[in-house]
Every structure is written in structure tokens, then in C-alpha cells.
Design a binder for this molecule. Sequence first.
Ligand code: IVH
Length: 685
Amino acid sequence: MSRHSSQALTPLEAAGELAALAKEIAHHDILYHQSDAPQISDAAYDELRKRYRELCESFPHLVPEQDPEKKVGAAPAAGFGKVTHAVPMLSLGNAFTDEDVTDFVARIRRFLQLNAHEPIVMMAEPKIDGLSASLRYEQGRLVQGATRGNGAVGENITSNILTIKNIPHTLKAPFPDLLEIRGEIFLSRADFLRLNEQREADGEPLFANPRNAAAGSVRQLDSTITASRPLAFFAYAYGIISQIDFSSQQEFRKKLLAWGFDLNEPAKLCSNEVELLAYYHDIEEQRHTLPFDIDGVVYKVDRFDWQERLGFVSRAPRWATAHKFAAEKAITKLNAISIQVGRTGALTPVADLDPINVGGVMVSRATLHNEDEILRKDIRVGDEVVVQRAGDVIPQIVEVVLSKRPAESQPFSFPTHCPECGSLALREDGMAVRRCTGGLICPAQAVERLCHFVSRNAFNIEGLGEQRVRELWADKLIQTPADIFTLERHRETLATREGWGEKSTTKLLEAIEARRTISLDRFIYALGIRQVGEATAKILARHYKTYTAFRQAMESPSAAQDLTSIDQIGPLMAQDITAFFAEPHNLGVLDALARQLTIQVQPERAVASAVAGKTIVFTGALASMGRSEAKAKAECLGLTVAGSVSKKTDFVVIGGDAGSKAAKAEQLGVKVLTEAEWLDMIQSD
Ligand code: IVH
């Protein structure tokens, strides 16, 4: 994005941009810290922060109320207990250029009023790209582990921390009575690759990078999952401490070793900027031979008395900074643009490149996102392009080297038909994505849909990962989901397949058998209908309760109307669902599948409602809502809605022109509610 220098902006423009940046940064903070699923590279995120800071400096009176600079990370996720850190866990300021480092040292010199000759000794350490944690030791025993959370309050992850092998459960003496150790939890690159291979084999979604894998593993509510991941920990700082007998970072590191912690190496004590920068460039070169991912180095003033005097500004210490590595770039030739078709039929353009080394990793493909992105950057086959790998994310094409464009080059024209099945590929109004309309007849979608079908939150068929689905599909043993449940017929063929054998065939067939009974919500989710994720599948299942009812409703001409009457289902989603059922091929597949299964009646949602389990009757016309809405609301609260009043009725709600039911209620002594009283009751619930 081209940006004006902050001086060139009017206050109005600056205020607008600041507000937009604050919002954007907050959005990415949540994706990164809470969802462990960043959508932009760290370098791009740092750019946003940098621009934000620049504008704040030029327009200090316009700093937004929700200032991301005053916040570290994102609020703790629900699910874990909360831990208030005895000493806040802060973040670090960033340096990107040599000049930034010079400024950092000069600021310290000024602050401490040191003369130009006095050396400022700093400890330089690798900056590990993981998840920071705080470990509390009382009398040398590990009693609590917490994530950083928002810096003040983190999540209690003690049981997960206890599974990390190189974290000592007891410290080697002598130790202070109370001690909080801070450091980074991470996965080595090799372990990350192994974990992803395993996930691929199991048909589970892959982690984008070691950091996400570590964060995802630590934030598991089930600590046996954490235990199965080879996490490790490096210690680099302390929080609260009851007595200190060291006076520098260097001495502190020795203590850490003596207590039993592993350190982030190679670290180096540097006496001046020249040494700091030499260290930085040295580590940058070694970066790809280190066993773990780093995203820069950290410089810390070595003397603790100086650290104390320097103190903190807003979210970061004045005595330390992170010197980040730049996103790595290289130039190569774009040989072709191929189109991949995903499970939902989305056509994604991918650049096929002359293989090139980008920061230690060979890159031969890069994502082009979508049609508009290619147009916007005017990327053409035959161009020389700048490829970027920002440490972690999938390689991207930054720009075209226009000076090298061949004279005969032509703009890329995006296909209008699916390259896999030849069906028309359509782009809906306002959407960036073009999609194949071939549904299950499209081989690309069929395999992807089958993978989705057997995945963990759908049918969860163990031993049927993507690799096997692909093999079985290619050999025509599984073409549609129903074929999975008749696979028994091919037992012999399976057992003689290379790499299978009796044992694993039996295991797989048993795993399939175990899933022949399935809940309605999982069943609906497994169908892979566009936009129908787990939450929507649950809503549909709760509404229709049985597969038969759902199926019938979807085939009725008023299906779309029926769907949009459900809370949280909008017209676009309804359109996707009805489109699925409008495809005769899909109906055939569904029928064949349903014949193989027992699809359970969806249980009522367990509600903690005071009126749950009671029986209610509506009579007369309600002013605020129709009868079906009233019924749905009541059912949502766990009430049973009956048609006539009896001794078993708990409440009768009287609308306008109520007839005999009201009288009957009085007669039986059943509680009668006006519409307003009923609304009151459901509101307070
Ligand atoms: S010191 C008060 N040292 O980077 C400063 N942090 O971007 C405490 N990190 O929150 C942090 N390696 O999670 C420090 N050698 C290192 C580090 C390190 C990685 C992380 C840490 C911090 C973040 C800031």
C-alpha cells in the first residue's frame, strides 16, 4: 500500500488512518494470540505497528482511545482459568535497521547520562519465535504455569506445562523461596515437520509454522494432547523473585543453567553497537542451520542496576529491544500459473516458479490468492517476480520486475471453466473467488470433500487420512462417502495393497464400523456444504432434529424460507444449503449414504434455564412475534410446547382473542401469563 509521509497528512486523515490501523492491529492480535491463526506475516504486522507509531508521534493528540501500543497480545481465551501475573509480562520494542539500533543505544546513553566513552555492555540473544510463558516456583517446586495473555492476566496452563520435558519440576538448590521464570515455549523445526506429516496422514489441518503449532499445542484443554507434542522451553527472564544474588543478565543466565533450565544459544555479550550488529548479521546467516525458528535477536542491557533505572515505556522495557529480521526475498521466473480446485470448488491460482532459495528454503510455488490479485499486480506468465517468505507464511509474490518483462507477454486470463472437471466456474457478485459448479462430480472436490468427510470433527475415521483417501479414490474403491461404509467388500484387495496388510486393514474397517452411528450435527457438517461449519451444522440439527425432517424440509419448495426463519441463518447461507440439495447428484449420494448409517435424533441442548423441562401452551394471537417464533424461543429454553391445556401444563400464555384455553387454565389452576410477563420471563433467563 502506498502511504503518505505522516507530515503530509491532515489531522482528519491522520485520525482516520489511526483509527483504521488500531482496528486492524487489534484484529491481527486476536488472530495471532487467541486463535493461533495469523493471516499476515510478522513482517507485515510489524509494518502496521511501525506506521501506527509514526502517526502517533506526529499526532500525539489523536492517539485512539483503544491504543494497541498499551496492550500486549490479546485477552486470555475462555476455557482456561485466569492467572494474574505478579509482575506484568511485557513485550519488546522493535528495531529493523542498523540505524534503529544506533538510536536504541543512543537513547540509553542519554537516559543514563553516560559519556560517549563509557561502554554499554549488552547481552545479545536469539529471539525465539514461540509462545511466552511464566513459570512460578515456590520453595523450588513448580506450582503454576501461565501464558502471557494480555500481559496482566494470562491463562493457567499448569497441567500442560508439566508435560514439557525440559522444564524442571524442581529447581536445583540453592534457589529463592519464590521465583517466576519467563521464557519461550517452542517446537524445533524438525519436530514441527514431523508433527505436520503425522497430521497430514491423519487428515488433520496442518499448522502454518512452528510457532502456531507450539501455541496450538500449549492451549489444548486436554493436556494428553500437549504431552504428545515434543515441546521445549528456553528461559530468558524473571518476573517476581524473593531474593536476588546476581546483578547482570550474564550472571542471571548462569543461574538459570544452575537451576536446571535450558538457554537460548548462541548468546553473546557485546560491548558496543559494532559488536551488536556483527552478532545480528552472524545469527542471520546461521539462522537456517539453527534447529528452531527465530525471528530476530534481542539486545538487553547487561547491568541490572541500569535496567532498573531505565525502566519501561508503555508496553516495553527501555533497556531491551528486538532486532527483527527482514522478510526474505528473491527474484525468479514465473513459468506458469496453475489453478488448484479446493473442496468447496474455489479456484485458487498458484505460481509455478523456477526453484529458488529464499532464506534457506527452496521455493518453487507461491500463492497468488485470487483473480483480482493477479490483475492488481499484473502478474504474467514469463515475468521475473520478487518472491517473499516472511519467515513463516506461505511464499508470496510481492511484485513483478517490469524492466525484465518479455515483449510478447500477455495479461493472464483466468479460466472460466474448472480445470479438473470442465464444469462452468462462476464468480458470484461481490466475491473474489471463482468456483467450480461441478459439486461431487468434480474429482478435485470429490477427494477434498471425502477428506473433509472423514476428518476429525466430521466422521472422525481413524486411519483414513488424506493420503489413503487419495489412493482409494484413484483406484475407484471410494468414489462417494457411501463407498466408505461398503469398503468391507474390498477387504481382500485392501489387505494386499502395498503398505497395508491384514492388521491395518482390519483396524481401518473397525474404525469405519465404529462410525456407522453418527449424530445429526456431525453428519450435516460432514457433507461439506458451503458455509456450513460446525456451528451452523449444530443449529440445523437442533432445528430439524432428525435426518428425515431435514431432508424433507430441504426438498420442499419453501426450503429457503424455512431456513431463514431459523435464528442465525441468513439468506446467503440458505442459498448455499438449498443449492446443495438442488443438485440431483448430491441427492443420490446422500440417499446411498443414509442407507448405510444410523443418524441419531439430535438431543435437546442442555440449557441452564429455570423453565427448562416445563410445558407451555400458547393461545390467542401474540403481538410481538408469530406463533412459530414463540414456539422456537420456548424450545430453545428447554420448554415443551403443547397444543392443549391439561393438568401437566405449567404455563399458558394468553394473547389477543384467547378462547377456551384461557378458561380451561383458570379452571385447572395452571399459571396464566400475559404476553408481557412471558417476554419478561424469557428475557431474564
Ligand atoms: S525478553 C521484558 N528475550 O519476544 C522483556 N524475549 O516480541 C521480556 N522472546 O514477549 C522479554 N526470545 O515472548 C526476551 N531472548 C528473548 C526472547 C524473547 C523471544 C519473545 C518474548 C517477548 C517477545 C517480544
